[in-house]
Design a protein around this ligand. Structure first.
Ligand code: APR
Length: 170
């Protein structure tokens, strides 16, 4: 299944699951997290609060949690905490794990389509090219080939990097 690149707002994506670049508390934030919560409405935060807190967090870095999607066109929101680049000992492994765990959850919940933002590429400071390489490699893994995958990217520079990496990988 080819991977689509869309320049736009992920809250508008009409897919089964949109992925949220969250933090381990799963109580909202800025960036795409803030946009998703604003568009979904208070039901999303209520659904996040239902996710059990284990060792002080709802979603450890590199893991993913699924909730309902409130007013969004998507059926589910899959929250993942990507690595904070400057603080993570193995940012590549954690970022790959965020993408992989999000897709695993999507498949476990019967999703046929999933939309990703550029996880960790904002506040969490991941270098764009390295993040794009990891995102596209993991999304190309055979376990996930039946999922219709799209990246909803917000800025020209990120779209350009993702497109370059996609074309280099053929
Ligand atoms: N649709 C798609 N992409 C978006 C949107 C949107 N509506 N809003 C922002 N983005 C882009 C940003 O421009 C960036 O390229 O999403 C990418 C991820 O950036 P962040 O949202 O800052 O996420 P991240 O770098 O993973 O940092 C996560 O930020 O918002 C807090 O609670 C969140 O603590 C967590 C941290």
């Amino acid at each position: 299944m080819a991977i689509q690149i869309v320049q736009g707002d992920i809250t508008k994506a009409s897919v089964d699951a949109i992925v949220n670049a969250a933090n381990p508390t799963m109580l909202g934030g800025g960036g795409v997290d803030g946009a998703i919560h604003r568009a979904a409405g208070p039901e999303l935060l209520a659904a996040c609060r239902e996710v059990p807190v284990i060792n002080g967090v709802r979603c450890p870095f590199g893991e993913a949690r699924i909730t309902t999607a409130g007013n969004l066109p998507a059926k589910f929101v899959i929250h993942t905490a990507g690595p904070i680049y400057s603080q993570s000992e193995e940012p590549e492994r954690v970022l790959a794990s965020s993408y992989r765990n999000a897709m695993r959850l999507a498949l476990e919940n019967g999703c046929q389509s999933i939309a990703f933002p550029a996880i960790s590429c904002g506040v969490y400071g991941y270098p764009l090219r390295e993040a794009a390489e990891i995102a596209i490699d993991v999304c190309s893994e055979s376990d996930f080939q039946q999922l219709e995958k799209s990246f909803y990217l917000f800025s020209d520079d990120i779209v350009n990097v993702w497109r370059q990496v996609m074309s280099q990988k053929g």
